[in-house]
Design a protein around this ligand. Structure first.
Ligand code: SAH
Ligand code: SF4
Ligand code: F3S
Length: 445
């Protein structure tokens, strides 16, 4: 059958869709990017904000026209919204054939066959704790690849739906991760991105208490990955600030392939709001960690996630967030307007900040960010950086794109030796609004 997969949400969902697509191809199905040609349509959905759910529902509803033209078309919803709403979705979206939750992705091939034969609707949201071990397949190899090392989340930040829709936190065995990584590198992958909702808590058996200063299974994993010949870079997302203990910071500094860029979600700069969010750090302890990390790696860059308009957020709370963001000097930030999620703890308290104020605060932070990024990029002009080449630039076909280990995007004119997934040096000649431009230096012989 021809199968169309559309993915919403975070990299975890992207990775699940990739593994699912690879499983389906191995079983003789064909993946298609064309909605009109599809015999099966799969929507891997996100529940993190209301807008994410509305977007997916709108799209699925719109698929009615294909179902009319081709009644045997099978439409399935997977992922976090499927987990949250289960069979309610079958009632809400009559053109749906099945709903499978986040613990059931591996069952998609079997369920498609069953529906093709029996034409009965199916909804199942039971969790399979070892789901993560069943989703190891990879699609067509490229210079970069992703590995999910943990699944689920035990932290229960009060605003967040993820622990409910992704289930309890489990870590994969180190051996299976290393085997997967070695196979990826053998097939041409040069950069690996490690994924988890709480990635630095890898190997702690779901215990959310940060371990003693000399213990970090995540650090041990990075050290072993760092030894894989042929692998050039290792990235990871998202870590929680409290797990950066001495052991981990030392490992980050000593592993030459681990990139000097950390996505370190802040959420708020006000201790009152952090407490209400059930984030177990303060503005001061966050800053202290950033200082320790920078001390060990002076070129380290940071990106973050921030929520504006959490219930009860005052002007003063917001000002603290703004100040802290400027103080850390994030090189990148994702700002979200608070969205109450039914089932998450904070949904029980009133959503007190108006949409208008949320938008205003959102825009203030984005304006600050723009200024800051502009200045950070300008500082890079004249320097020589090392980039991992990615391929032809999406914006301008005469240029190539690469990324520094600190996550700056660099555009340059390629030479004959240019291949995706190699380390090259570029002299930065000018700064754009969000990226850098430079001159490729000859390959080292
Ligand atoms: N596990 C990741 C976050 C996953 S969700 C982590 O803890 O780092 C990605 C981001 O969405 C969060 O960092 C948060 O900023 C935002 N987010 C989560 N729930 C939200 C909500 N209810 N409203 C608005 N933004 C939310
Ligand atoms: Fe959500 Fe918090 Fe878990 Fe991140 S750590 S997924 S924000 S509950
Ligand atoms: Fe969304 Fe689920 Fe990821 S809720 S952000 S797709 S874990």
């Amino acid at each position: 059958m021809k199968i169309f997969i559309k993915t919403y949400g975070c990299q975890m969902n992207e990775r699940d869709s990739e593994a699912l697509g690879a499983m389906l191809s191995q079983q003789g199905h064909q993946l298609t990017a064309s909605e009109a040609e599809a015999d099966v349509m799969l929507f891997n959905t996100c529940s993190v904000r209301d807008a994410a759910e509305r977007k997916a529902k709108g799209k699925i509803g719109f698929m009615r026209k294909y179902k009319k033209a081709k009644p045997q078309l099978i439409i399935g919803v997977l992922g976090c919204m499927a987990q949250r709403l289960g069979d309610e979705l079958l009632a809400e979206l009559p053109n749906l054939d099945f709903v499978l939750g986040t613990g059931q992705i591996h069952r998609v091939p079997e369920v498609i066959n069953k529906i093709a034969q029996e034409r009965k609707k199916i909804a199942d949201t039971e969790f399979f704790p070892d789901e993560i071990e069943m989703l190891g397949a990879h699609g067509e190899s490229s210079w970069s690849g992703q590995i999910a090392i943990t699944r689920g989340c035990n932290r229960f930040c009060s605003y967040c739906i993820v622990p409910y829709v992704r289930g309890r936190e489990v870590s994969r065995s180190k051996e299976s991760i290393l085997t997967e990584a070695r196979e990826m590198v053998a097939s041409g992958v040069r950069e690996i991105l490690l994924l988890g909702q709480n990635v630095a808590a890898y190997g702690l058996n779901g215990d959310i208490r940060p371990p003693a200063d000399d213990h970090s299974p995540f650090a041990e994993l990075l050290e072993e990955l760092n030894e894989i010949p042929g692998l050039l870079r290792i990235r990871y997302t998202s870590p929680y600030v409290s797990y950066f203990n001495r052991r981990l910071i030392d490992a980050l500094a000593s592993c030459s392939k681990v990139c000097h860029n950390i996505h370190l979600p802040l959420q708020s700069g006000s201790d009152t709001i952090l407490k209400a969010m059930n984030r177990q750090y303060t503005a001061a302890s966050y800053l202290e960690k950033v200082a320790q990390l920078r001390d060990a790696m002076p070129d380290l860059t940071f990106s973050t996630d921030v929520i504006v308009g959490f219930p009860g957020e005052t002007e003063e709370d917001f000002r603290k967030t703004r100040d802290l963001m400027n103080q850390v000097g994030f090189e990148q930030a994702f700002v979200f307007k608070y969205s109450p999620r039914p089932g998450a703890k904070s949904a029980e308290i009133a959503d007190t900040v108006s949409e208008e104020i949320k938008l205003e605060r959102n825009n203030i932070l984005l304006d600050d960010l723009k200024l800051r990024i502009g200045a950070k990029l300008k500082q890079q002009t004249g320097s020589v950086v090392e980039v991992l080449t990615e391929g032809v630039s999406a914006r301008n076909a005469s240029r190539w794109t690469g990324r520094t280990a600190t996550s700056f995007v660099v555009h340059f004119e390629p030479d004959e030796a240019c291949r995706p997934g190699t380390l090259r040096r570029v002299e930065i000649t000018r700064a754009g609004e969000v990226s850098l431009f430079g001159r490729l230096l000859p390959e080292d012989k």
